[in-house]
Design a protein around this ligand. Structure first.
Ligand code: FAD
Length: 298
C-alpha cells in the first residue's frame, strides 16, 4: 500500500543524532565513545544543544568544531536568542561559519525565569526564533533546522498557533523541522496532516526519545510540551530497581514506536541520544542501518 506519510523517495532511512555538551571530563569521554560508535552509521547530521540562556556557548562551540575537525559527520549547532543581543548572537553565527560549520538549529529558547514564566525578549536581541532564522540567513548560506511541537508548545494557545510559528520560521528560511519528542504516534500523524493541509512541505522529522531512564524522561516531558501516556508509565511501573528489565522494556518500547512510524511510511528519524549509543545503535540495526564497513563488504 502507498505509505501515508512519505518523507523521502530514496527508499533509505535518514538518521540524525542530538548530543549535549558534556560538563565533566568523564562525560566528555563518554560522549566521544558514543560518537565513535554511532559515526559509522553515517547520519545525515549530528546536532549539539545549547544550554539554557546560552550557558554552554563555549562548550557547544568546542564540541561542534571538534566534530567538524575529527569526524566524517556534519555537525549542526543549536543556537537560541534568549538573553543575548543581536550583535553577540551574530558573532556566534560568524564564528561557526569561520569554523566550517554550515548547519544551525535555530531556537528561541526557554524564558530565563524557566518554563511557565513569560518570555521577555532582549530589547537588543532577536525577539523570536523566526527573526533568528532570518538573521542566520543574512550572515551565510547555512542549512537551518527549527523545532516544532506536535502536542503544542507549553506557551501555545492552539496547534494552529504552533503551525503559524512553524510557517513563520519556514518563510524566514528554515528547511527542516525536528519535532519535540512524543510517545503517541497518532499525535505526530495528526500534526503532520494539519501542517501539510496548511501548505507546509519541508520535512517534519520525528524526534525520537529512547526511554533509557523513565523517571528522567518523565521529568523532561513535563517541561517540554510532551505528554507521558498512562500506558507508558504503567510499562515502567515497578522497574526502578530492576535495570535489566527496565532496559529491555525501554528497547522494546522505542523499537515499537519507530517500527510503527516506518509502517506508516516515515523514513527519517532524529534521535535524542542523551549522549548514549546503545539504544540508538540497536534501533538503527533494526532499521537495517548498518556500519559503513559492513555495508561495503556486504
Ligand atoms: P518557537 O518557534 O519560538 O515557538 C514557541 C511557541 O511560541 C510556538 O509554538 C508558538 O506557540 C509561539 N510563537 C513563537 N513565534 C510565533 C509566531 N511568529 N507566530 C505565532 N506564534 C509564535 N532549548 C535550549 O535552550 N537549547 C537547545 O539546544 C534546544 N534544542 C531544542 C531542540 C528541539 C528539536 C526542540 C523541539 C526544542 C529545543 N529546545 C532547546 C527547547 C526550546 O528552546 C523551548 O521549547 C523554547 O521555549 C521555545 O523555543 P522554540 O524555538 O522551540 O519555539
Amino acid at each position: 500500500a502507498e505509505p501515508r506519510h512519505p518523507l523521502s523517495s530514496k527508499g533509505e532511512f535518514v538518521i540524525s543524532y542530538e548530543f549535549f555538551p558534556p560538563k565533566t571530563p568523564q562525560m566528555e569521554t563518554q560522549l566521544w565513545e558514543t560518537i565513535k560508535r554511532l559515526e559509522p552509521l553515517c547520519p545525515r547530521f549530528v546536532s549539539v544543544t545549547y544550554g539554557a540562556g546560552g550557558s554552554t556557548r563555549e562548550r557547544t562551540h568546542a564540541i561542534v568544531a571538534r566534530i567538524a575537525r575529527e569526524t566524517t559527520m556534519k555537525p549542526a549547532a543549536h543556537l537560541t536568542c534568549v538573553s543575548a543581543t543581536r550583535e553577540e548572537i551574530d558573532k556566534v553565527i560568524r564564528d561557526y561559519w569561520d569554523a566550517g560549520v554550515r548547519h544551525i538549529v535555530a531556537l528561541r529558547g526557554d524564558p530565563p525565569g524557566g518554563v511557565g514564566t513569560p518570555f521577555m525578549p532582549n530589547p537588543l536581541g532577536y525577539p523570536t526564533s523566526s527573526h533568528l532564522v532570518r538573521g542566520i540567513r543574512a550572515i551565510g548560506d547555512f542549512e537551518i533546522s527549527v523545532s516544532t511541537y506536535p502536542e503544542g508548545h507549553p506557551e501555545s494557545s492552539s496547534i494552529d498557533n504552533d503551525i503559524d510559528a512553524l510557517k513563520a520560521k519556514i518563510d524566514a528560511g528554515a528547511t527542516r523541522a525536528i519535532t519535540q519528542f512524543f510517545f503517541e504516534n497518532d499525535v505526530y500523524f495528526r500534526f503532520l496532516d494539519r501542517a501539510r493541509a496548511r501548505g507546509i512541505t519541508i520535512p517534519i522529522v520525528p524526534g525520537i526519545m529512547p526511554v533509557r531512564n523513565f523517571r528522567q524522561v518523565a521529568g523532561f516531558a513535563a517541561k517540554a510540551g510532551a505528554s507521558v501516556p498512562q500506558w507508558l508509565a504503567d510499562r515502567f511501573d515497578g522497574l526502578e530497581n530492576d535495570p535489566e528489565t527496565h532496559a529491555l522494556v525501554a528497547a522494546t518500547t522505542t523499537a515499537e514506536q519507530v517500527m510503527d512510524l516506518v509502517k506508516a511510511g516515515v523514513n527519517e528519524f532524529h534521535f535524542y541520544t542523551n549522549n548514549r549509543a546503545d539504544l540508538v545503535f540497536g534501533i538503527c540495526h533494526l532499521l537495517g542501518v548498518r556500519p559503513a564497513r559492513q555495508k561495503a563488504s556486504a
